[in-house]
Design a protein around this ligand. Structure first.
Ligand SMILES: Cc1ncc(COP(=O)(O)O)c(C=O)c1O
Length: 377
């Protein structure tokens, strides 16, 4: 079986973890935490990094930093993981959805303005499967309506976006480095992994301070074990950060590998007209976090059936997200009633992703492509 993901753990990661074990710095204090936070923030072009236990808790902290009032609205794509919506719900806010667009599968930015109301406080763009969202229109709307942006770059480590295109101030900016506050996941299938892990990034010292406090039970400085606010224990360990430090150093190599993987898949699969492949917009440098396919409905097959046939030939896959608007946890509470998101609806049924881990070999990639071709034949 060719697994959908296999992480690449090098000798440096092992040496760093052994260093933690030998010196006893195994909990949430230690030199690797600070190094990891600084290295990742600086890689993404942000000033402050606050490492947390995973990407879901990073979102929880980032939304909590906004201080939403009950009923405040946050606009996000329906085509994303539940973590995005639930961070809003847990913080008393209301998730307001837009569809994704059919080429990149990222938030359709042309739909955002029509969803803004007097209760809107923030927009949450999510860079999907390694391709950046078209951020300039979002940045423009945030300024026009005085909204915050929480950028979810969990799936887009190192991906870049050309901002200011068509002007004389065109600049390539990294995903997670373009907004008030951004979040990352370092789960085992991410380009940088710490096993489980996450981070909040910001340029704002006030937001950074607030995120640090929320991460660690809102301890007050003036007296230990004294609290005036509710916080969380969302701390990352030095052991995990030790892995992250080594992984960040390898980012140029990892991106090179991922781009090779994405381009090789495209080369070998582009003649198959029954599947839509990932693209790269001219204003994007994508990192192919996961290599997704959307199967044409004319094949008479949906993604679960396609996945079953690929599995039978030894290729593991994962289905695309199911839209937030179809999640029973929300619809049973009466949210999103009657709302239609046709692009998300279709790709949620017809989409899956192929083995895409950093450790994927050329031989495995060849086998995957042969199997895809065989199943479609
Ligand atoms: C876009 C996005 N945001 C947030 C998360 C949550 O991250 P985690 O699994 O580390 O909680 C994920 C997980 O893959 C994700 O894809």
């Amino acid at each position: 079986m060719i697994p959908v993901n296999e992480p690449l753990i090098g000798e440096q990661e092992i040496a760093n973890v052994l260093d933690c074990l030998r010196t006893g710095w195994i909990s949430s204090a230690g030199k690797y935490l600070e190094q990891f936070e600084q290295a990742w923030a600086s890689y993404c072009g942000m000033r402050y990094g606050i490492a947390v236990s995973n990407g879901t808790t990073a979102l929880q902290v980032a939304v909590a930093c906004l201080g939403l009032q009950p009923g405040d609205e946050v606009i996000l794509p329906t085509f994303t993981i539940i973590s995005c919506a639930q961070a809003i719900t847990y913080n008393g806010g209301i998730p307001v959805l837009v569809d994704c667009e059919p080429r990149t599968w990222c938030m359709d930015v042309t739909q955002v303005e029509s969803r803004i109301t007097p209760r809107t406080r923030a927009i949450m763009p999510v860079h999907i499967y390694g391709h950046p969202v078209d951020m300039d229109p979002i940045l423009h709307l945030a300024k026009k309506y005085n909204l915050s942006i929480i950028e979810d770059a969990a799936e887009a480590h190192g991906a870049e976006y050309l901002s200011g295109r068509g002007t004389n101030s065109e600049t390539w900016r990294r995903c997670g480095g373009m907004s008030d506050i951004s979040v990352f996941s370092f789960y085992a299938n991410k380009l940088v992994t710490t096993g489980e892990g996450g981070m909040v990034l910001t340029n704002d010292p006030g937001l950074a301070e607030r995120a640090r406090s929320l991460r660690n039970l809102c301890f007050r400085h003036e007296r230990r074990f004294y609290h005036t606010e509710l916080g969380y224990n969302f701390r990352l360990t030095n052991l995990q950060a030790a892995i992250g430090v080594a992984q960040v150093e390898r980012m140029p190599e990892t991106i090179h590998k991922k781009r090779w993987m994405g381009e090789s898949y495209t080369q070998r699969l582009k003649h198959l007209h029954q599947i839509q492949l990932p693209i790269e917009e001219p204003w994007a440098r994508q990192v192919y976090w996961m290599y997704g396919l959307v199967l044409d409905e004319a094949t008479g097959m949906d993604a679960p059936e396609f996945a079953k046939r690929l599995q039978a030939e030894g290729v593991e896959t994962r289905p695309f997200f199911l839209g937030i608007h179809e999640q029973p946890v929300y619809t049973e509470r009466g949210l999103f009633m009657g709302e239609q998101y046709p692009v998300t609806g279709r790709i949620a049924r017809q989409g899956l992703y192929l083995p895409s881990g950093v450790a994927l070999t050329e031989a495995q990639l060849d086998v995957v492509c042969q199997v895809v071709e065989k199943v479609l034949a």
